[in-house]
Design a protein around this ligand. Structure first.
Ligand SMILES: [Zn+2]
Length: 251
């Protein structure tokens, strides 16, 4: 049985038996890893601090036949501000779930790792979390190879657009003439198209200062959450919880 060390962020967990927990880690060198943390739910477990959701730690792991196990871990950044706040926790859980279901095991990606770490840093202080979620969805899809075509019609390359539609299935905008190529495409406003272009090109941290109107946010949600769901194997469980939170805060 081999030993290995890796830095990783905890992106998911489920309890196992009386005191154990199966963690989902995301590592720059090894991608997504499932590993058991034995006894972690016992008081004073040395593994407790470094294995909480969103903890970024250095892990010593033992390879197992079915599942690796965590031998030691050293906490580097706890991101406790996310776990302390219900809204930040809910959005963070959604981001982590999207990362989990859009990646395969052992598919390494330093770029994706750096992106997710940046998201966790920003999530501690970001004000408009709903808008942050839309940027996350768009940038995650782009990193996973599904950059939507936003500069011209995805079907005929026409860039003089009167009525603009977005097609989840075709992955981009459609002009009026081409609406028949995806009956499910939805009409979007010019403001939303402009905003999506900015979100795609802009740095995550620069977009934090933007003030986005509620109407634009609603449209962005229909377009981008729909786009993400189109590419996911299953619907994220955390999405319903987020919708409940949004309803409460909009009252
Ligand atoms: Zn067209």
């Amino acid at each position: 049985m081999g030993l290995y060390t890796t830095e990783a962020v905890v992106v998911g967990y489920r309890d196992l038996g009386e005191a154990d927990r199966i963690l989902t880690l995301f590592s720059p060198e090894r991608g997504k890893i499932h590993a058991v943390a034995r006894g972690v739910r016992r008081p004073r477990s040395p593994l407790m601090a470094g294995t909480q959701l969103f903890s970024y730690s250095k892990f010593l792991l033992v390879e197992g036949r079915n599942l690796d196990s965590i031998s030691q871990c050293e906490l580097k950044e706890s991101f406790f501000r996310i776990r302390e706040d219900l809204d930040r926790m809910a959005y963070g859980s959604y981001f982590a779930e999207l990362l989990r279901i859009s990646t395969r095991e052992s598919e390494k990606s330093e770029e994706l790792f750096r992106f997710f770490m940046k998201v966790l840093y920003l999530l501690q202080v970001w004000e408009d979390l709903e808008f942050m979620a839309r940027i996350f969805e768009l940038k995650l899809m782009a990193l996973q190879g599904y950059t939507p075509q936003l500069s011209h019609c995805v079907n005929c390359r026409n860039d003089e657009l009167k009525e603009i539609r977005f097609s989840h299935a075709l992955g981009g905008i459609l002009c009026e003439k081409c609406r028949g190529s995806d009956e499910k495409s939805v009409v979007i406003s010019r403001a939303v198209l402009m905003m999506m272009r900015r979100m795609l090109k802009g740095k995550f941290e620069d977009l934090a200062k933007l003030k986005v109107e509620d109407g634009v946010k609603e449209e962005l949600k229909a377009v981008l959450t729909g786009f993400v769901l189109h590419h996911m194997e299953r619907k994220p469980r955390t999405l319903r919880f987020l919708d409940d939170i949004a309803k409460i805060s909009h009252k």
